[in-house]
Design a binder for this molecule. Structure first.
Ligand code: HEM
Length: 414
């Protein structure tokens, strides 16, 4: 974002921090941690928190720092987008992540009963079959591929759809709706640019409501039916809350995993001895995935709002302030991770990363996400030990406040 000389604050240059540029923000993060670990950024109106201890403590203290702003559009909705959404009957806001106790506690308890590791562990053979079909298709095209589009795009979508009970012919549409959700909430869009995304969100929300209504008429062996069954048995959750949870899952359940699969392969192939190490010893894959989450997580920043006057590191945070927690900076804090910029699949404390958040909102789908990445890496290393990044692969990242999504991961395997 460039600023004119009239509007540019001059006290500091924000230490090089650009809120929407996630491609290579690490030098700016370092400077923030060292020089202004709690910085007010007047361009977005957020206190930017960059040290590990502060990010973790803020996540953990939900009484002081609520997640109520976690899903608010970073650029307020324009009038036309608001009208499209009101006329379309768009009434949800968040499934879990922006809800606060006691409502969050109640809904998360019901969701946790349905969203058990047992429910998705049975999907492992199905995930493995799908990975192999995707590898077959990639290999059949020649000796070059793109991990993002050939493998990582469809896999988590098919998994989450199967788990929830969404027909697979809806993949294209839901993936597009989910993209609109990311753009409208965490993107830097003009009012006119918001409009098509607002229409998509209306369709997306109506579809989630239809899934709940359909499950009541035609139950299936899936998560929506489990939630409806719990409701019928007396658990406190409304149809609107179930639909809202689905609205969350149909977004959170694939976008982030698509990114994690892509980044895992990119990191492993950028340092070919790491790819060889996990090929030779697949038991090293889970540790490697945690290290990717630490050094190249799918979500670089997440939001909170102060519900009382407080302070962090001696900086006063007035009630009502917005905070941007830089997990990707926390994950490279040398106070916690030695040689933080080094990718090391054997790093002993990689699991202490904050890429799934921390505390009461800790990612409910973390095991499902990691399961899919593990299976993808197991099958790719088994079948394509010679896989390598395409020479001169230019990997770029779209602009966004939170989600760091690569545009492609070109590979070769001849
Ligand atoms: C694999 C990569 C993933 C990453 C990096 C990721 C990251 C996150 C983060 C940062 C949060 C916010 C935590 C907080 O506020 O403290 C979160 C929450 C959440 N995630 Fe994930 N996630 C991933 C995968 C998934 C999957 C596969 C699902 C579902 C199938 C999922 C469902 C959710 C839900 C429902 C929440 C809200 C939980 C709550 O507020 O109680 N995520 N995730």
């Amino acid at each position: 974002m460039s600023l004119s000389t009239e509007t540019a604050p001059t006290a500091h240059d924000y230490h090089g921090f650009e809120p929407f540029k996630l491609a290579d923000p690490f030098a700016a993060y370092k400077e923030l941690r060292e020089e202004e670990p709690v910085m007010f950024d007047d361009r977005i109106g957020y206190f930017v928190v960059s040290r590990y201890a502060d990010v973790k403590a803020t996540f953990d203290d939900w009484q002081t720092f609520s997640s109520a702003n976690a899903q608010a559009p970073i650029r307020p909705l324009g009038e036309s987008a608001k009208r499209i959404m009101a006329e379309g009957g768009f009434t949800t806001y968040s499934g879990l992540s922006a809800r606060v106790p006691p409502e969050h506690t109640r809904i998360r308890a019901v969701a946790t009963k349905a969203f058990t590791p047992r429910r998705y562990k049975v999907l492992e053979p199905f995930i493995r079959d799908n990975v192999n079909v995707l590898i077959d298709n990639m290999v059949a095209k020649g000796t070059e591929g793109n991990i993002l589009t050939d493998i990582a795009w469809d896999l988590p979508t098919i998994t989450i759809f199967t788990l929830i009970g969404v027909p697979h012919d809806m993949i294209g549409e839901v993936k597009e709706w989910a993209g609109s959700r990311a753009a409208i909430t965490w993107g830097d869009l003009t009012d006119a640019e918001q409009e098509p995304h607002a229409r998509n969100l209306v369709n997306y929300w109506n579809y989630c409501q239809k899934l709940v209504a359909d499950a009541k008429i035609t139950p299936g062996d899936n998560l929506v039916t489990d939630l409806v069954t719990l409701q019928t048995a007396g658990d406190e959750i409304t149809d609107h809350e179930i639909a809202s949870f689905l609205y969350s899952l149909l977004f959170a359940g694939h976008e982030t995993t698509t990114t994690l699969i892509s980044n895992t392969l990119r990191e492993l192939l950028s340092l070919p001895e790491s790819y060889k190490a996990v090929t030779d010893d697949p038991k090293k894959i889970p540790g490697a995935i945690d290290e990717v989450l630490r050094i190249s997580g799918s979500i670089f920043a997440w939001r909170r709002t102060a519900v009382v006057d407080t302070e962090i590191d001696g900086v006063k945070i007035p009630k009502g302030s917005n905070l941007l927690l830089l997990m990707a900076s926390a994950n490279r804090d040398p106070e916690v991770f030695t040689e933080p910029n080094r990718f090391d699949i054997e790093r002993a404390n990689a699991r202490n990363h904050l890429s799934f958040g921390y505390g009461i909102h800790y990612c409910i789908g973390n095991l499902l996400g990691k399961l899919q990445v593990r299976v993808a890496v197991e099958e790719l290393t088994r079948r394509l030990p010679q896989l390598r990044l395409a020479p001169d692969a230019q990997i770029e990242y779209g602009e966004n406040l939170s989600f760091r999504v690569p545009t492609a991961v070109p590979v070769e395997f001849s």
